[in-house]
Design a binder for this molecule. Structure first.
Ligand code: 5AD
Ligand code: FES
Length: 382
């Protein structure tokens, strides 16, 4: 009798959970918006909805982008950084890193090689290196802009003054990647030294958008102290801020950081979140990141099968690659740029996709166009 009762009760509870999950997934698929609590519920019960959401995410991706995968050529041009983020392998206080800066010529050579390989987006990524002032960067960006008028120039060089963002934009940069890292202020404080500010970082994202950049935000999955509550906040932030791009990858510990003994984020949770992000903001440019390819040999392919549509192969000179180690065992350390390009071509083909030679701009759905228009009017920006 006692056992029968329990089974009955748990059976009823199960039904309630199933009902609730059905309602929430239906709402996400139809309305592309959930309450933070609902995101959290999905994350906590993801085993039961993962496959369905991945299927839906693939369907939505194919509707908007077909079988096209966009590539960005990543040029890691300096590993010198004034910051000391607790998770990052090139943090300022890591004395085991051999520091480097590429010269202007080296950077331009990377672009030339990338162009030959079919890249139409160059991502200049680096630490927050004081050497790269506007005086140094503006002429460089102008040269790239003049040489490759049909290419996108993406910057990923951290927090700067608004006037600097403006100067780099005026020189010809058109996109900017600045992961917010976590949308929860308390969590942000646990991942960064005291002198870094959550508000400042979020403000940078807003300024970049106001200036006219296409912006990329993003966060690490499974970073220390992260719970489903923080992840739900990240999802709500992505849904409402609608960055043109959202970079997410698993946290992976680096041996020379305070988080060396922390567990890495998982492939499973990262892929699940890729699907949810695709459904919450259908047109978003969503990379299957190198970190995902690092924790699983087919991580990037699995990312694409969960809704990703961008890959960012390395274009940095091979001599410096091993020095841009944000986390342990990063892939592609010894590979030539051409190898990465053909490797990804091949990998994407195995999941029914095709790497295209294209700037790879965001494509809004007609419904999103209407929503954008309405929110612009509401905010009085027109
Ligand atoms: N594991 C995974 N991702 C990391 N990043 C930095 N350190 C790590 C790490 N240990 C990510 C951050 C940063 C981006 C360039 O790389 O999110 O914004
Ligand atoms: Fe660099 Fe596969 S992407 S070798």
């Amino acid at each position: 009798m006692f056992f029968g009762c329990c089974i009955l009760k748990s059976g009823k509870e199960r039904e309630e959970v199933e009902e609730k999950l059905k309602r929430i997934t239906g709402k996400l698929i139809r309305e592309h918006s959930l309450e933070e609590e609902e995101y959290r519920y999905l994350i906590d019960h993801r085993e039961e909805v993962r496959d369905r959401l991945a299927r839906e995410a693939r369907r939505v991706t194919e509707q908007i982008y077909g079988d096209e995968i966009f590539v960005r050529g990543l040029i890691e041009f300096t590993n010198i950084c004034r910051n000391d983020c607790l998770y990052c392998g090139i943090r300022n206080s890591n004395e085991n890193v051999e520091r480097y800066r590429l010269t202007e010529k080296q950077i331009l050579d990377c672009c030339a090689e990338g162009y030959e390989l079919g890249y139409r987006t160059f991502v200049l990524q680096g630490g927050e290196d004081g050497y790269f002032s506007d005086e140094v960067l503006v002429p460089l960006i102008r040269k790239i802009r003049r040489e490759y008028p049909e290419c996108a120039i993406t910057l990923s060089i951290g927090e700067r003054e608004r006037a600097s963002y403006q100067a780099l934009f005026d020189a010809g940069a058109d996109r900017y990647l600045l992961r917010h890292e976590t949308a929860d202020e308390g969590h942000y404080r646990k991942l960064h030294p005291e002198r870094m500010s959550f508000r400042h970082r979020m403000n940078c994202l807003r300024e970049l958008r106001e200036i006219g950049y296409a912006v990329g935000a993003g966060f690490m999955v499974g970073s220390p102290f992260q719970t489903s509550r923080e992840l739900a906040e990240d999802l709500k932030f992505i849904e409402t801020f609608r960055p043109e791009m959202c970079g997410i990858g698993p946290f992976i510990p680096h041996r020379d950081t305070p988080f060396r003994d922390e567990p890495a984020g998982t492939l499973e949770l990262t892929c699940f979140l890729l699907s949810v992000i695709r459904l919450a903001w259908p047109s978003v440019l969503l990379p299957a990141t190198t970190a995902l390819g690092t924790i699983d040999p087919r991580g990037r392919e699995k990312g694409v099968l969960s809704g990703a549509n961008v890959v960012m192969p390395n274009l940095s000179p091979t001599e410096v690659r091993r020095n841009y180690e944000l986390y342990n065992d990063k892939i592609c350390m010894g590979d030539e740029s051409a190898q990465c390009r053909s490797c990804l071509d091949m990998r994407m083909r195995t999941v029914g996709r095709r790497v295209v030679t294209d700037r790879g701009d965001l494509r809004r759905t007609p419904r999103e166009e209407v929503n954008e228009e309405e929110s612009r009017k509401k905010n009085g920006t027109e």
